[in-house]
Design a protein around this ligand. Structure first.
Ligand code: ADP
Ligand code: MG
Length: 251
């Protein structure tokens, strides 16, 4: 298994990405504090016997603070499976995933890890702004501050005029952008975005990546984004490629 490694880029990210190829940091060493996710030969299979489906073969990878990573691969290659494991939504059937700088699995959400799901994920009875602020409220942010942060995130994505609409009144693309606003509003340590521009036209998709990267610029928040958008992938520091459940590494 090739471990993904740094794609060198200049004049972009203000952080120093941590090469996945560096030796293991000693427990508690200076690098341990920057390592958000560490997957060691982590895999996920479904079913058993002849019906076993390997959604993800043993994957070894790391995400450090400030990383900007694109996850490329055809449909069915295991991108969502890997993102769900990294977000602690699902457990590996072999190997392990740890969150050295974030702590125990129980503490990941909603405070530290935000996930932009590939499928519609807005709560139907709540308005757009209520959907965006709900992780903040669950994280015990005071109501007024939560509303302020939610409206600010919506404004960044030019969604202010739909703040009071219900999810059923939105297009698929608008709903995807609201889900991105929800991830940005919290300023988590890690954003895992699963094909967030899958339903957007080219210009809107580019705008969404502009907002994502501008908002995160200079912050320690790491971004892992599954996408088919090669132009967007080019804007990240590292590109991981997946095929048939295997994480192959840099393009
Ligand atoms: P991608 O996000 O790249 O399209 P996925 O991670 O969704 O890929 O899926 C990888 C593989 O795992 C696919 O073959 C898919 O059919 C299979 N898979 C995903 N979830 C399940 C499940 N709940 N049960 C059985 N197979 C699954
Ligand atoms: Mg997927």
């Amino acid at each position: 298994m090739t471990e993904p490694f740094i794609k060198p880029r200049t004049g972009r990210a203000p952080h120093q990405p941590t090469p996945a190829s560096t030796p293991e940091p000693a427990n508690g060493g200076p690098e341990a504090g920057r390592m958000l996710v560490e997957a060691r030969a982590a895999g996920r299979t479904y079913g058993s016997g002849e019906a076993t489906v390997t959604a993800l073969a043993s994957a070894t990878c790391r995400v450090a603070k400030g990383d900007r990573i694109a996850l490329l691969g055809p449909s069915g290659s295991g991108k969502s499976t890997l993102l769900h494991l990294m977000g602690g939504l699902d457990a590996p059937t072999n190997g392990e995933i740890t969150w050295p700088a974030l702590g125990a699995w129980e503490t990941l959400r909603p405070r530290q890890v935000a996930i932009v799901f590939q499928m519609p994920s807005l709560l139907a009875p709540l308005t757009v702004v209520e959907n965006v602020e709900i992780p903040l409220l669950l994280g015990r942010v005071p109501a007024e501050a939560a509303r302020h942060a939610a409206l600010e995130a919506l404004a960044r994505l030019e969604l202010t005029r739909i703040a009071d609409k219900l999810p059923e009144e939105l297009s698929g693309g608008q709903a995807q952008r609201v889900a991105v606003a929800r991830a940005l509003a919290y300023r988590p340590a890690l954003i895992l975005a699963d094909e967030p521009t899958g339903q957007l036209d080219r210009a809107t998709a580019q705008h969404l990546f502009d907002v994502l990267l501008d908002t995160l610029a200079g912050t320690d928040t790491a971004l892992v984004v599954a996408t088919h958008d090669l132009a967007a992938a080019e804007r990240m520091d590292r590109v991981w490629r997946m095929r048939h459940g295997i994480l192959e590494g840099e393009v």
